[in-house]
Write a protein that binds this ligand. Structure first.
Ligand SMILES: Nc1ncnc2c1ncn2[C@@H]1O[C@H](COP(=O)(O)OP(=O)(O)OP(=O)(O)O)[C@@H](O)[C@H]1O
Length: 870
């Protein structure tokens, strides 16, 4: 016999195709021996009577089918091992199977295990003292082995219990060893089977409870119907008694038959109602398919016959009663011209936007019916008992609400999104578990026929006209078809992220269009950054533009720095006027007399500022006019000439990822600072990116941009990066979005408002009647200058040393204290990058403070630093 193999070797051997694995060939000789002897012995045993054996009687009276030898062999075996004899043919036939299937398993250990089984069974049989020795069992049911083992050895030492325990264990263990290859796996199988059985029992119990609940409900309904029918019947009867004909003209004798008819009719109706009500309720399920039946009966309709069909079939047998909540028709508001501080400004005509074509219907009710049935069937297949609730039909998706039955975990439904999508053949399915504020779970399924949302219908809606927002923006329509309008000043900054082609640019266009239709350049100025160059260039000629669209990434840090400067200057203006924010500033009483203390404080501030003013040009934004340096008014006078109003500034960045590659630290810090402080100053950021990775949407940026719009993304990880939760990965693209509104953790699913490029072009063209764009050229110059300085600085340090004198002075201080002029020293002491430090050194060289480079040694200091004034 071959050696026993490990289970690993078995596995690897099994993986080899049989024709290439000769070791697995059957052992035909062993098989033949086992077959002949096993079958012969089995027949001999079955046909055995003690009278057949020459050992039992001197005169055998009948012949065994297996002959004399057969009868004698059986007698000998019964004598030796009693009841254990029956195991011998059984084992021989098992060895036949093993030797044919895989001869390697004909191991000595298996034969030993067979022997253990045989002996222990004999021992166990010997314990049956009630069966005495007979002709069949010459030495009792345990035979010679059993009585020796039990009576002589174990009975006295271990007692009956100990002996039974030992022998039983040996017997069962031996059997397991004989018939299985891996005892551990076998035990696991039994444990798993036991657990499965327990789970089935628990499910059945839950289903029975649910069925009982349904039955109870049905009975209650029946009772109510019966009571109502009786009441109606009594009322009818009383009415007939009072007015036997029911109608005045029927009192004549001619109408007697009609009267009879009417009475008969009424009693027939009443008895029908009573019969219907008292009819025993149909069984909740008639066959073993309980889950399906539970799901099928879960529709909020009257109970109906499920007839033991498959759940899907039963649902198809009688249509579900659907509670479809269709999107309300948008109420158009009378067209009122937008309010503007600039009376001469002409807003674009709404007719420039195309009318929404409404003849593309959403899903038909048959489709909803089918979807609802499919949904219930799929959930039923997974053992989830639900009741169908409302169906909200949106422009692009439909939300099927289901109310989970008792004991159903919502997480279970939430985990079935992929299965539901598969079963419903949907592109993807998003599950809202639970719907906030409702005892239901929402299953959002894309419509077969999507209805696009045009921006015109949102801008013409009553909601838009009534929106009490400083900076209203039309985002689209939510799942119930309601316009989604938000206030940018409340957001106060917006992050838009989504994969390429998901609808970000269209969303930005819609936001810009909303601004153009509601605000004049006197109210809102736009600053756009578009590293992709082509996306926003179209807006260049808008009168709202502060500067032409910034397309060079290296200029962006400068633009952001300018915004920071503008923000700080606005705060100074607010402080002077004793207001807190832009609203307070714009609504302040312009000619209010100054408090004397306030006036003194201001005079002090102005005196201080007069010495260090650097940003006079920023005021150009406030009145939209460009002034050259020579025209600049002195600071003190300027303070008196505060602008009447400040416009909001909306900064739109179309691709953050491209910028983060250029100067990540700079951009991140500027965005964070702006986002933290710019709200009150009336500066709002809208930042879009198609790469929602943590390098682009960093923790700092995310923490400071609370309002977010996520379009379709590739993975759950991306969705979490944008929204801190999954969901955006199950959107269907083309404007389908999740909006995280300001001050709420709830996500609103919506279809973005669509504005075509042609519409945008026609709006921009139409606004040209207001004259050419009034760019703040000094802002542009400032940004260009900073960018060209940054060009010299490979580390993208936009700080102009000429302007940022402080750094230069600090470097001089370092030289003074250390008396060493080395780039690395400056770098280390000032904690700046190499390029910046090297530039400072070059500047010092240009000014004759230090000598030229001196290999690896520090440069010579050429001036007396203690008396040097920069
Ligand atoms: N709200 C919408 N309604 C209908 N279709 C839309 C909507 N938004 C986008 N689309 C469709 O999706 C296409 C791609 O949209 P968009 O250009 O805005 O994508 P994007 O996310 O900006 O892509 P990229 O990052 O590559 O610029 C559009 O051309 C349009 O057909």
């Amino acid at each position: 016999m071959s050696k026993p193999q490990t289970s690993n070797s078995n596995r690897s051997a099994r993986s080899v195709p049989p024709e290439t694995a000769p070791r697995h060939r059957p052992n035909w000789i062993a098989a033949a021996v086992c077959f002949v002897s096993g079958l012969w012995l089995l027949v001999a045993l079955i046909d055995y009577f003690p009278e057949q054996s020459g050992f039992a009687t001197t005169d055998p009276i009948s012949t065994n089918l297996a002959g004399r030898w057969g009868a004698n062999t059986v007698w000998l075996l019964l004598y030796a091992s009693g009841a254990g004899t029956w195991l011998v043919p059984l084992f021989l036939l098992w060895l036949l199977y093993v030797s044919v299937r895989n001869a390697r398993h004909l191991a000595g250990t298996r034969l030993a295990a067979m022997l253990v089984c045989l002996v222990s069974l004999a021992g166990l049989a010997a314990m049956l003292q009630s069966i005495p020795a007979s002709d069949y069992f010459p030495l009792g049911p345990g035979g010679w082995t059993g009585s020796l083992l039990y009576n002589r050895a174990l009975h006295g030492t271990l007692g009956p219990f100990g002996a039974a325990l030992l022998l039983g264990t040996l017997y069962v263990g031996g059997l397991l060893f004989v018939f299985t290859k891996d005892v551990g796996a076998e035990i696991n199988r039994y444990v798993a089977a036991f657990q499965a059985w327990r789970e089935t029992c628990a499910t059945r119990r839950a289903e029975r409870a649910e069925a009982r609940r349904l039955l109870k409900e049905t009975r209650a309904k029946e009772k109510a119907a019966l009571a109502q029918a009786k009441a109606e019947w009594k009322a009818q009867k009383a009415a007939l008694k009072k007015n036997p004909a029911g109608l005045p003209e029927r009192t004549t004798g001619d109408d007697a038959p009609e009267e009879e008819e009417s009475r008969a009719d009424i009693s027939a109706q009443v008895s029908a109602a009573v019969a219907a009500a008292t009819k025993p309720s149909p069984p909740t399920r008639a066959n073993g398919n309980k889950r399906g039946a539970a799901a099928a009966t879960s529709a909020p309709t009257e109970p109906r016959e499920t007839g033991g069909e498959a759940p899907g079939n039963s649902a198809a047998a009688a249509p579900l009663a659907l509670n479809i909540v269709k999107a309300e028709e948008l109420k158009k508001a009378p067209l009122a011209p937008p309010q503007s501080t600039d009376e001469n400004y002409r807003f674009p005509d709404i007719a420039l936007l195309s009318e929404q074509v409404t003849d593309t219907p959403g899903n038909s009710s048959e489709e909803h019916q089918q979807n609802a049935e499919n949904l219930l069937r799929i959930l039923g297949d997974f053992g989830v008992t639900v009741r169908l609730g409302e169906i909200h039909v949106g422009p692009v998706i439909t939300r099927y609400e289901v109310e989970p039955g008792t004991g159903v975990r919502v997480e279970k439904i939430a985990g079935l999104d992929k299965n539901i999508a598969l079963g419903m053949r949907a592109q993807s399915v998003r599950i809202l578990a639970p719907i906030p504020g409702k005892a239901a779970v929402g299953v959002e399924v894309p419509n077969k026929h999507a209805t696009p949302v045009g921006i015109r219908e949102v801008l013409e809606s009553e909601d838009w006209a009534r929106a009490k927002a400083e900076l209203p923006i039309a985002l689209g329509k939510d799942v119930s078809g309601k316009p989604l309008i938000s206030d940018l000043t409340k957001m106060p900054h917006l992050l838009i992220a989504g994969a390429t082609g998901s609808g970000k640019s269209v969303c930005i266009n819609a936001i810009v269009a909303s601004i153009l239709y509601s605000k004049s350049p006197a109210d809102v100025r736009l600053l756009m950054v578009d590293p992709k160059v082509v996306e926003l260039k179209i807006f260049n000629t808008l009168p709202h533009m502060l500067i032409p669209v910034v397309t060079e990434p290296k200029k962006v840090p400068a633009a952001l720095k300018w915004l920071l400067g503008e923000m700080e200057q606005r705060y100074q203006m607010f402080a002077k006027c004793n207001v807190r924010n832009i609203l307070g500033f714009n609504n302040r009483k312009k000619d209010a007399p100054l408090d004397p203390v306030e006036a003194a404080a201001r005079a002090q501030i102005e005196a201080l500022e007069a010495g260090s003013a650097t940003r006079a040009e920023d005021t150009e934004v406030h009145d939209g006019e460009d002034r050259s340096d020579s025209q600049r008014v002195p600071e003190a006078a300027q303070a008196e000439e505060l602008p009447d109003r400040l416009p909001y500034i909306v900064a739109i960045v179309d691709e953050l990822a491209d910028l983060m590659m250029v100067a990540p630290a700079e951009i991140e810090t500027s965005i964070a600072r702006l986002a933290q402080l710019a709200r009150a100053a009336g500066i709002h950021l809208i930042i879009a990116t198609q790469r929602p990775s943590v390098n682009v949407i960093t923790g700092v940026i995310k923490a400071n941009l609370p309002s977010r719009i996520a379009f379709q993304v590739a993975s759950q990880v991306d969705s979490r990066t944008i929204l801190d939760t999954k969901g955006a990965d199950t959107l269907i693209g083309r404007g389908d979005m999740l909006f995280s509104p300001p001050g709420s953790s709830r996500l609103v699913r919506a279809q973005g408002a669509f504005v075509s490029d042609d519409e945008v072009i026609s709006i921009v063209e139409a606004l040209k009647v207001n004259g050419p764009p009034r760019y703040a050229t000094s802002v542009q110059q400032q940004i260009d200058r900073a960018a060209s300085d940054g060009d010299d600085d490979g580390e993208s340090d936009f700080g102009d040393l000429g302007e940022d004198n402080a750094l230069f002075q600090q470097a001089l201080d370092v030289l003074r204290s250390t008396k060493r002029a080395s780039t690395s020293m400056i770098q280390r002491r000032l904690r700046i990058g190499y390029n910046r430090a090297a530039r400072i050194m070059d500047l010092m060289e240009d000014k004759g403070i230090i000598g030229p480079e001196n290999g690896s040694s520090p440069r010579d200091i050429l001036v007396d630093l203690d008396s040097y004034e920069s």
